[in-house]
Design a protein. Sequence first.
Lengths: 238, 294
Amino acid sequence: MPDPRDGALLAVRDLHAWYGESHILHGVSFEVREGEVVTLLGRNGTGKTTTLKSIMGMVGRRTGEIRFEGRELVGLASNRIARFGVAFCPEERGIFASLSVAENLQLPPQVREGGLGLEQIFELFPNLQERLSSQGTKLSGGEQQMLAIGRILHTGARLLLLDEPTEGLAPVIVQQIGAIIGKLKARGFTILLVEQNFRFAATVADRHYVMEHGRVIDMIPNAELESQLGKLHDYLGV
Amino acid sequence: MSEIFGIPTQALFGQLLIGLINGSFYALLSLGLAVIFGMLNIINFAHGAQYMMGAFCAYFLLSKLGLGYWWALLLAPVIVGATGIVIERLMLARLYQLDHLYGLLLTFGLALVIQGLFRNEFGSSGLPYNIPKGLEGGRNLGFMFLPNYRAWVVVASLVVCLATWFVIEKTRLGAYLRAATENPALVQAFGINVPRMITLTYGFGVGLAALAGVMAAPIYQVNPLMGADLIIVVFAVVVIGGMGSIMGSIVTGFALGVIEGLTKVFYPEASNTVIFIIMAIVLLVRPQGLFGQR
């Protein structure tokens, strides 16, 4: 497994994390370079979501190193981390029922210059424009996912942490999400994606890290995915 | 003298006005409780004591510093709100992970301590506080006599309540508050300092109680137990309106004040209990309250 290199946009080294007394991450190390789409693959309960939440500062306790643009994030509260330009889209989507679609979309404050304007967000997600005054949770699952991604695009964050954006969605919606991730990459966003569905991951990512028991156990470049399919099946138990 | 349903109009509108006055205080206080409960998940039993502190603050500003009613209206909510912020930082912040009951017990204890201290110092007979210059006297509307100060209290309370509702329901700051009520961890991960927002929300809710206390001082006198008597009724109002509902607490506050006033006219025997009877019925028929969602 390669060592995290300096110069990466995000470099995680020997990350441990705890929820209360439970020790969830046992020394996670990986890196994400500027403009890359990288996935964390692995079975349920291997620590993928906890890794994203640790980067975002949303777990109880963490040790090790998380460097974003060279800045250490361990020890910082999540609101400070967001202000550096990291944005999180949670697995459960986190659409607020007491807010309209428009309010949900504009909720995350702008943290840097260079975020997408509303026009550009509507180009990516045309459905949202027609539903602006609806209650956030009245949208379909797919629309809620698009809202959850759309709302972090205007903040100016350069690193997007997407937790299972395709979970529970119809294949045609999954395809749309894949296309959107491609467009975001083309716009220069860096994306760290948690996925269970490696076939989807293969269509969007540059590299894949495989997690097991709270550690990263392997890295597979997307180009080698086909040739290493057997190994991946073993890891994922498919 | 003209009559409606056999009741002299003078008496009817007189009680209606008293109902509206009481309703103004119910609304201001239950609004503060709703704001605090929504954000902190804490049932602030110290609210009555903080209302009393607002009245005392007005009294001290006048007697010690010579600052009159209008200054008190501005300063007392800030000063008492600041004591709320200290309480939140030192005590309440440690309770958010626990059941509602702990916050209720802590604030109940605080209320007893604060009221005890004030009663020890000032007795329970009440200190006078005059109606501010410019709002003395009243006008004859033909069907009733309307004291200026009371009209001011009703209008000011309504304006403050509606302004609070507007900020929470219609502005960006309010969207942060509503979102943080649902999912504080995620709102914080968007870059918003949620712990500070919680602290300020408590300070604001306490400030509303203090504002009500200042407005009450010229009507009910300044008394260490003025809040203890009122807060029980206000909790009934909150239960009827639905815990945490902003508009619910405003509408229910005014409506129950008026219902209480009318009961005094039509069936005085029930006037002290009518709110609790309504509370019992609401709890049986619609436990989440008239405007509550959970």
